[in-house]
Design a protein around this ligand. Structure first.
Ligand code: NAP
Length: 212
């Protein structure tokens, strides 16, 4: 299987890349610091075009849109600058869409699958308040995934949206619930189970449907 993973230089993306490589799959990781196979700031259209060129003609079986930021973690309600909204949406929403757009020919060639890393914080039924930017951006990523699922079904491309758990990474912090290995093991099972029959699903890493 040929797998492309954005944000593969640390955290969940890095661990996914390691596990897929260990299983013998071909992995193209992307990183904005140039430390992976493809240099990509997901929000940069020029770098997206360069990635599309670099991967031209290579079928992609699984695209994992993992790169993301949580810039408003712990902020109080009077501290949500407009620039933070723009940066967060650029990475967490626009970045997902641009990545899918860039690799659509590769995904079509393989009848591939797309996994979008959203969060339980995307849910509007589970809404405890706070983290307005991150929650709104992950809700938008969920909405994007649901609509892409509808449009890409005719191309044979399935789209799943996932909550990876609360994971001990730079983003999740040391107080998080689960080790990255547990998150990744569960996510890989979910990606294996993603098909045109369950396209548009919003699931947790351990296989539960998530409330929208
Ligand atoms: P992390 O440790 O902070 O890693 C984030 C990754 O995304 C890094 O590789 C980072 O690259 C990359 N990234 C951020 N903005 C980017 C951009 N504009 N272009 C390219 N790469 C970019 O986070 P994580 O915990 O592994 O999270 C991975 C995904 O899971 C994220 O989408 C996150 O929202 C989601 N998630 C995580 C948790 C959790 O508990 N950890 C829970 C729910 C959802 P740099 O090194 O260049 O910054």
């Amino acid at each position: 299987m040929h797998v492309v993973i954005t944000g593969a230089n640390r955290g969940i993306g890095w661990a996914l890349a390691e596990r897929y490589r260990a299983q013998g799959h071909g992995v193209m990781g992307t990183a904005r610091d140039g430390s992976a196979e493809v240099q990509l700031d997901v929000a940069d259209p020029a770098q997206q075009a360069a990635m599309a060129d670099q991967l031209k003609g290579q079928p992609v079986d699984l695209l994992i849109c993992n790169a993301g930021v949580y810039l408003d973690k712990g902020h109080s309600i009077d501290d949500y600058p407009a620039e933070m909204w723009a940066q967060s949406f650029a990475a967490n929403v626009t970045g997902v869409f641009l990545t899918v757009q860039s690799l659509l020919p590769n995904l079509r060639a393989a009848g591939g699958r797309i996994a979008i890393m959203s969060s339980q914080m995307a849910s509007h039924t589970r809404a405890p308040g706070g983290s307005y930017i991150y929650r709104a951006s992950k809700a938008a990523a969920l909405n994007l995934g649901r609509n892409l699922a509808a449009d890409l079904k005719a191309d044979g491309i399935a789209v799943g949206i996932y909550h990876p758990g609360w994971v001990k990474t730079d983003m999740g912090g040391s107080a998080a619930d689960i080790h990255v290995d547990q998150a990744v093991a569960g996510l890989m099972e979910r990606f294996d189970a993603l098909s045109l029959d369950n396209t548009g699903c919003f699931e947790t890493y351990d296989g539960k449907p998530h409330a929208y």
